[in-house]
Every structure is written in C-alpha cells, then in structure tokens.
Design a protein around this ligand. Structure first.
Ligand code: COA
Length: 162
C-alpha cells in the first residue's frame, strides 16, 4: 500500500491545502494528514478543532486519514512505516526552505522521499495567516476556506460576518 503523509499546522486548513490533498490522493492509496503539534506557533484553533475540521472535509474520502504528531517528521514516518512526504510548492520562494527540509528529513530517515506538488495558480498566494487576518477584520474568506472553517474563523474573532 502506498501511504504518504501531508504534514502541516493547518491553522486552519485552506482550499489550497485541500487542492494538494485531493491531487495527492489520486497518486497514493492513503494520505495521512499529519497536524504538527507545533509549540513554536501559537495556534488560533485547538488541535481537536483542527482535527474535526479536516475530518469533516474528508468524511466521504476513505483514503484520507487525520492524525496529529509531535517531534520530528523523520521519526514519526519511520515509526509508522510511511515513506513519502507530500509538500505543496506555491512559489519559487517556497523552494529553498522546502529543499532544506526535504534534505534534512532524508538525512534523518534515508527511506523517506519528498514529493512536491505545485499549488494551483489560484492558491499560490494563500496562507493560513492571510485567511486569519482577513477573518479578523471581517473580510470575505469564502474563496479560501470551506463554510465550516469560515464560520469557525468568524466565531473565533467575534467578527461581524458570523
Ligand atoms: N495552500 C495554502 N496555504 C499553504 C499551502 C497551500 N498549498 N502550503 C502551505 N501553506 C501555508 C500554511 O498554511 C502555512 O501558513 P501559516 O504560516 O500562515 O500558518 C504556511 O504556508 C507555511 O506552511 P508549511 O511550511 O507547511 O508550515 P506548517 O507550519 O504548516 O508546517 C511542518 C510545517 C509541520 C511540515 C514542519 O514544520 C515539520 O515537519 N515539523 C516537524 C518537525 C520536523 O521534523 N522538522 C523538520 C526538521 S528540518
């Protein structure tokens, strides 16, 4: 079985992430969405909220699983027999960081390969932070996130569009 992990903070998941996952799901038997428990970022949404949001989005897709992980991705993948990491590339500026991360992960886990998927043009400028900023000031986030995530954002910020 070909299993790949798509790691990230997903605070929150955006349509850009969903696009990468949908396309990766056509190439692998199973996509594990790995939400990194990152204590260096101060997330807006709790881990449980992020898990629930993503599970709802992919509830009809039996090839997608959602988990959270701590520590190094290289260790998590080794312990769980996952040999492919999916990463989206939005712009050339993503490349240097992604290349560094792919090489470091390879150094730490020689069996791990990174597969890069270019983001769809429409989403190349998108990030979770941008969506949060829009929601904070009552901007329309509907082009970028699902309805459930949009509602959660407006609730979190007590914003007018809620
Ligand atoms: N569409 C929309 N937004 C996207 C995107 C896409 N296709 N791809 C990335 N983004 C956004 C993310 O939402 C994120 O936004 P934010 O910074 O506003 O939250 C931003 O671009 C950066 O994304 P990413 O590089 O995936 O960061 P991340 O925090 O979501 O995930 C990990 C980083 C979890 C993959 C990485 O830190 C990791 O593997 N950590 C585990 C520890 C480890 O092993 N580190 C590597 C050793 S070198």
């Amino acid at each position: 079985m070909r299993i790949a992990i798509y790691p990230g903070s997903f605070d929150p998941i955006t349509k850009g992430h969903i696009d990468i996952i949908d396309r990766a799901a056509k190439m692998f038997d199973k996509i594990v969405i790995g939400i990194f428990d990152n204590n260096q970022k101060n997330p807006l949404f709790s881990m449980q909220q992020r898990i629930n949001m993503i599970k709802n989005i992919f509830k009809d897709n039996t090839h997608v699983e959602v988990i959270c992980f701590k520590g190094l991705l290289a260790d998590f993948t080794r312990d769980n027999n996952i040999s492919v990491v999916i990463r989206g590339l939005r712009a050339v500026s993503d490349f240097e960081y992604e290349f560094q991360m792919a090489l470091t992960n390879k150094k730490l886990n020689a069996n791990l390969e990174t597969v890069f998927i270019p983001a769809r043009e429409y989403y190349t400028y998108l990030s979770s932070s941008m969506v949060k900023t829009l929601a904070r000031y009552g901007g329309d986030v509907s082009p970028f996130v699902t309805d459930e995530v949009a509602t959660a954002l407006y609730v979190a910020y007590g914003s007018k569009r809620c």
